[in-house]
Ligand binder design. Structure first.
Ligand code: PMP
Length: 427
């Protein structure tokens, strides 16, 4: 599986050349945690479908039949990708955020929801009301297990849902999902795994982890934007009215004069109102299929090697503090956030791009509580951190270039003068 970084002509070739130095160097994308570039196999799969692109479940023509078949086959691929139980449903959504909002709107009344407070906003915000219990994330992954146990013990009787992230998008750290799922089971709670950040790096197995739901996004998995999935137990979703209503979600609509009588479709169509994103779903499935075919050994080995190189390199940058929720030795995927004493994260990110052709992310990563707490713990008064994240296209040269650039930025500062436009630094 290779990734390509040819900059489209439409945005101008100068984007792959550092603006300040004019050096013609390739782009070092170290921002896979935000979105991963499209695999060639995924691009080919989409290209193959485009001439047959038509409405799913809505036409007798051949193109419509092809699109419907492709769409339904994608459900089976997603099922295999996460090792779903035969009774699980696969609902296609726009992304992880959409999947979690859908689940939140489908909970039985008075479901108690328990989650850790450092979650990504997509997992933190959809749950509202008096029955939501936010547990402070402890200093070690081991301590998360009894912390969840204590929170569940205090929950009122009735349906319960635990929300947990597989891998943090801020620190890359892995959460002890299987152990947390066991605790949930003991307390009769269901558990949803936010696999947005885990799925591109490690295998996800619903049955082995014993989780009830998995949510993920195609654009983190080397497919383009616009398709994600909610996979898991069908009963709550089947009992809930759809939160997005329209064509496809309905079996029958009748005019009763003063109101409309509506019979909703069964899952998964019940929660897929509107014309489905068949190309996006096909792309997502092609990405998942690539991982199924290829296996995880090389993916994991490549990443572990580069991650060790990256962390060792970052440790040599004066004044750099790596951020960790748990202890520094805790296992993680290829995502590292850090702060550098006396340097503005936005300025560093801008200089890395303009002077070294390196793409990293700066900010609070849609996980404000987590990022600010970690920055505070690192002794920083900043509100923003830097994040470098590895993927299939990452190389040792990219890692070394980043480390070298940071060392030079610390020693000499940026080579150009920068000013702020709409809150962002530009040379
Ligand atoms: N959860 C985690 C851990 C994430 O990293 C992200 C994306 N940054 C999301 C949820 C939300 O994913 P999306 O933006 O694709 O909905």
């Amino acid at each position: 599986a290779r990734t390509g970084y040819t900059v489209p002509a439409v945005v101008g070739a100068q984007l792959c050349v550092p603006l300040v130095t004019g050096d013609r160097i390739g782009y070092a994308n170290l921002d896979h945690a935000a979105s991963a570039p499209c695999l060639e196999r995924v691009r080919d799969a989409v290209n193959e479908l485009l001439p047959w692109y038509a409405s799913v479940h809505r036409g007798a023509g051949l193109a419509s039949q092809v699109s419907t078949r492709v769409y339904e086959q994608a459900r089976d691929t997603l099922r295999r990708f996460v090792g779903a139980r035969s009774s699980d449903t696969v609902v296609f959504t726009r992304n992880t955020t959409d999947s979690l909002n859908l689940l939140a709107r489908s909970l039985p009344r008075r479901t108690a929801v328990v989650l850790f407070d450092t979650e990504h906003h997509a997992a933190l915000l959809p749950w509202r009301g008096p029955n939501v219990r936010r547990v402070r994330t402890p200093d070690s992954a081991g301590a998360a297990v009894p912390a969840l146990e204590a929170a569940l013990r205090e929950c009122p009787q009735g349906p319960r849902l635990v929300v947990v992230t597989g891998a943090s998008n801020v620190t890359g750290e892995l959460w002890p999902v299987a152990e947390l799922a066991q605790v949930a089971r003991r307390h009769g709670a269901r558990i949803v795994l936010d696999a947005a950040q885990l799925a591109p790096h490690r295998p996800v197995d619903i049955k082995a982890l014993d989780v009830d739901y998995v949510v993920l996004s195609g654009h983190k998995l080397y497919a383009p934007f616009g398709a994600g999935a909610l996979i898991g137990r069908a009963d709550w979703l089947q009992a809930a009215d759809p939160y997005l209503v329209g064509g496809g979600a309905t079996k029958n609509v009748v005019d009763w004069g003063d109101h409309l009588g509506v019979a909703w479709s069964a899952v998964p169509e019940r929660h897929e109102a509107g014309s489905p994103n068949v190309a996006g779903v096909h792309a997502l499935a092609a990405a998942c299929d690539t991982f199924i075919q290829h296996g995880w050994d090389q993916v994991e080995a490549h990443e572990r090697t580069l991650l060790a190189r990256l962390r060792e390199g970052l440790a040599t940058v004066p004044g750099l503090h790596e951020l960790s929720l748990f202890d520094a030795e805790h296992d993680r995927v290829g995502v590292v956030s850090f702060t550098i004493d006396g340097l503005d994260a936005g300025l560093v990110a801008a200089a890395l791009s303009a002077e070294y052709g390196i793409g990293v992310r700066d900010g609070a990563f849609c996980a404000h509580i987590a990022t600010r707490r970690l920055l505070g713990r690192a002794g920083s008064t900043e509100q923003r951190a830097l994040r470098a994240s590895l993927g299939l296209g990452s190389t040792a040269e990219h890692v070394d270039r980043l480390v070298g650039a940071l060392r030079r930025l610390v020693a000499e500062g940026p080579r150009a003068a920068y000013h702020q436009v709409d809150g962002r630094w530009v040379p």
